[in-house]
Design a protein around this ligand. Structure first.
Ligand code: CAO
Length: 425
């Protein structure tokens, strides 16, 4: 079956997490992704968090499926020539180097455009233009500067980062959309363009409801936040809402049977207004359905914490899955807190290809997350990540068309070899 992005060739100059998530998505959709890595070590994540000696780490393998790898020293003159050839034969260059790296390498926008006017150059940086434009940024920094950390956690605790990689993988997703949009634009403009995404901006985009609340604050307290009912005053900025959504559907994480020993014996429970009478029945408080203090959603806002405490008395008598099976038929929205172990063992996620088992020649088989975006006519299959430089010869000869003699010249130039830094005398 044809793949949606078949025929699109990506020069993948990405490393660590943010960029690789983007190019992995494009590869899953069928793009030919050529990952250019520094000879010797390659992407630094190959050897980070290693769990199997000498094998590429899960950090690397889980972010680089369906790609080909070429090792090339792009600071070597011959390496630069090969990079030029790659730029001429690819549709998109994706990079997430620190600010200025590509320019220092000698490949700024003007140079790339002169080599290939149809090329789309897609970049991730920590910040957009402004006072912090030159800063290096990692996941948790992005979460902090994008507004996520100040709005995550409990109102009486410190700012908190979240396990969801919204700074890295979230930015990669944004960039992938920018790239396919620019590819579409190129179909009628005939030209490439720059696609830039800042991690700060991506995180903020995902936190836009908190900027909404920031502005609502100037019109009075945020009644959907638990601290309203608890009588705690609001400050000048959107506070941390604990496990409340802070939106139109009050919810909280409640203990379930076994919580004393199982750290994940909890359920997220939402008191959606239309099903309030059913909730009252289920938790043994039928009188709340008609009591004016509880019957209407607005009346409940100043006592959300005590309402959830009462619901919890009921959920504590059931396992999280029992609560789910009682509430689901009644259309009461709730979700068990699933551990990564439970997710890894979930057969329905295996069946949809969301959790996939992949075989790797060095590390053996491992689990990964497949493409979460399902296209009906362009199914994604997950192929293992490439070994370092696994496709160097194949790309030099079959993609770039170098003959044996040219190949020898490239090899002799040292462009495919690690640069050994001499210790300063
Ligand atoms: N051949 C030769 N040199 C190469 C090369 C190759 N194939 N690939 C990379 N390099 C060189 C670069 O030219 C650069 O050299 P100079 O600094 O001398 O110009 C050098 O490798 C390091 O690049 P870097 O500064 O991007 O890498 P770093 O480890 O110091 O920083 C990071 C990493 C992620 C902080 C930085 O790249 C960054 O801020 N990126 C943008 C934001 C981002 O994506 N962050 C998310 C990271 S995932 O959590």
């Amino acid at each position: 079956m044809d793949k949606a992005l078949e025929g699109v060739r990506i020069l993948d100059f990405t490393h660590v997490q943010s960029g690789p998530t983007c190019t992995q998505l494009l590869a899953w959709f069928g793009a030919d992704v050529i990952k250019v890595e520094r000879p010797g070590g390659g992407d630094v994540t190959r050897s980070q968090l290693r769990d199997v000696p000498d094998a590429d780490s899960l950090y690397f393998t889980m972010l680089n499926h369906n790609k080909r790898s070429i090792t090339l020293d792009t600071k070597n003159p011959k390496g630069k020539e090969v990079l030029e050839a790659l730029i001429k034969s690819c549709d998109v260059l994706v990079e997430n180097f620190a600010p200025g790296v590509l320019d220092r390498m000698g490949f700024d926008w003007n140079r790339i455009q002169s080599l290939n006017p149809r090329m789309i150059v897609a970049s991730i940086k920590g910040f957009g233009p402004g006072p912090f434009a030159d800063c290096k940024v990692y996941e948790n920094v992005a979460q902090c500067v994008g507004g996520s950390a100040s709005t995550t956690g409990f109102s009486d605790g410190p700012p908190t980062v979240t396990g969801a990689q919204i700074g890295d993988s979230g930015t990669g997703l944004h960039l992938a959309l920018g790239i396919v949009t620019a590819l579409y634009h190129r179909t009628h403009s005939g030209r490439g363009q720059k696609v830039s995404v800042a991690m700060q901006d991506s995180v903020l985009n995902l936190c836009r409801v908190k900027l909404r609340d920031q502005q609502r604050l100037s019109h009075g307290p945020l009644k959907e936040y638990p601290q309203f009912g608890e009588g705690k005053p609001f400050g000048e900025a959107t506070p941390r809402a604990g496990n409340a959504s802070g939106g139109g559907q009050p919810g909280w994480i409640l203990k379930c049977k076994g919580w004393e020993t199982d750290p994940n014996a909890y359920i997220y429970f939402i008191t959606q207004a239309p099903v309030w009478p059913k909730i009252c029945q289920v938790i043994g408080k039928p009188e709340w359905a008609t009591d004016p203090e509880y019957a209407k959603a607005d009346a409940r806002l100043n006592k959300l914490s005590s309402i959830f405490n009462t619901i919890e008395e009921w959920t504590k008598t059931k396992t999280k899955f029992e609560v789910m099976s009682i509430c689901n038929p009644l259309d009461i929205p709730c979700g068990p807190i699933l551990s990564m172990k439970e997710i890894a063992e979930d057969q329905s996620l295996r069946a949809t290809g969301t959790v996939v088992e992949v075989d790797h020649p060095v590390r053996g088989s491992y689990l990964t997350v497949g493409n979460p975006i399902k296209l009906s006519d362009s199914k994604s299959e997950v192929r293992r990540s490439p070994l370092l430089g696994e496709h160097t010869d194949e790309i030099l000869t079959k993609v770039l068309g170098y003959n044996e003699q040219e190949l020898t010249e490239i090899r002799d130039s040292g462009a495919l070899e690690p640069v050994i830094k001499q210790a300063a005398e």
